[in-house]
Design a protein around this ligand. Sequence first.
Ligand code: HXC
Length: 522
Amino acid sequence: MEAEQLKGTQAKIKAFEAKKEALMSMGGEKMITKQHELGKLTARERLDLFFDKGTFQEVQLFVKHRSTLFGLDKKDINADGVITGFGKVNGRTVFTAAQDFTSSGGSLGEMHARKIWKIMDMALDARKPFVSMNDSGGARIQEGVPALDGYGGIFYRNTIGSGYIPQITAIMGPTAGGAVYSPALTDWVFMIKKTSYMYITGPDVIKAVIGEEVTHDDLGGAVAHATKSGVCHFATENDEDCINKLKLLLSYLPDSCHNPLPLVSCSDSPDRECPELDGIIPDKASRGYDMKMVVTAVADNHEIFEPHEMWAKNMLVAFIRIMGQTVGVIANNPKFGAGVLDVNASDKASRFIRFCDAFNIPLLTFSDVPGYMPGTKQEWSGIISHGAKLLHAYAEATVPKLTVVTRKDYGGAYIGMCSKYLGADYVMAWPSAEIAVMGAEGACNIIYRREIASAEDPAAKRAELVALYESQFNNPYFAANMGIIEEIIAPRDTRKRIATLLDALKDKAEVRLPKKHNNIPL
Ligand code: HXC
């Protein structure tokens, strides 16, 4: 009797294992080959690369769709086209949903969405990062409105989880229509050159509606979104590169807003001098230099990780570590457009600042900014509102905020780059700093217009007045005398000073007025 029972149980286990194996084969050999021919990995292969070996735990593999329309009653879709679960990435728990294009195009139906809801809810309850790997033809057309509602539930979770756990999307295939909005609601969007695209309406619709002709890639490929729209933060080369960079980003982030920042062991001394910075400011004020070299010089082991590398290059944002702990850097980059503030630069910096503040990442600002970009293009694009985002983001941030003025720091842009009264905890300036309402030439043209025009030698008079203005304002001493900057430092001491200050400010607690939430000028 017992032996017979055992036989029955073993048969059940065997049947279970066979079912499981069938489900795990996803869209089958033919579709997998097609996926590989497109230069893409399958969802399972991606998860194998992403998670530490043997740590991935799949959730809800047996979920099936329950749709009966348009022949779906006769169609099995393994795992309903999405693999959900959790595992360890470099030893830390991460939750994920990976759509599998080989199973009915990874199309999102009701149950597919419910699997994603479940894993997002688990991530939120567990207070761990959520990574979505998207490779899908979008809403499952045969299912109709339950599929659309599936997206609604994802957007809802993206939103209530915003600022609570880090949320990252990797676009690893097509993403069209409203499906683009979950990625846009997450903190970070990765794309893959040539094999991924995102758009609200595709090339065919665009041609039919407005007669414009454009390819998929030009319209919504990784390079388009990394250089033109700014929708993509990281344009990667292929699936492997994308997954490696996902892991790198995660290494800088805490599990949630309630967890400490990751601490990496650091052999780079906090006292390391950066003598290369003493010679970085060009003799001529009109010459640019690469602010990335400054950021790299001060960072632990000279390592920086830069989102939006190809978009709004006049503003640089980056994660670095100081004494092994994550710091968010915001810096004007005079190498591009003199480091001017414009609509895109303001948006790029504001979003980065808000992300860092949400996750308790201290802010380090390097300022070398001639002002806001003038002209109708910027005014009519709303530089007033976009620039205001930057002010709002800095002022509302309660993390430690350090500012280093390397050279120009003029006008409204001076205020906008985390000046003292916008809320910086500590402002430092290099001896090359110029802090004023505007540059000497422009200022003299306005305040000495009459004196210059009526002078015997207007050019000589102009030069004399410019020199006078420069001696007054083109240095950090006026601001230091007023206590507007705390310290003038030699460039070579910048890392040392930052390390000391971050250590001193690590327990900073700033309390804000009790209210529901701010109303950032979006
Ligand atoms: C159901 C879909 C599907 C979809 C793809 N498939 N997209 N099934 N609903 N949305 C299925 C195909 O029928 C096919 O099934 C399999 O996936 C592979 O698709 P192919 O077309 O053979 O692949 P390919 O030639 O590579 O073309 C990929 C594609 C194309 C460009 C993505 O599939 C496509 O245009 N799909 C529809 C895209 C779309 O318009 N989606 C709706 C967007 S609107 P079989 O059984 O043959 O293997 C939307 C609204 C969301 O998503 C709103 C949220 C608020």
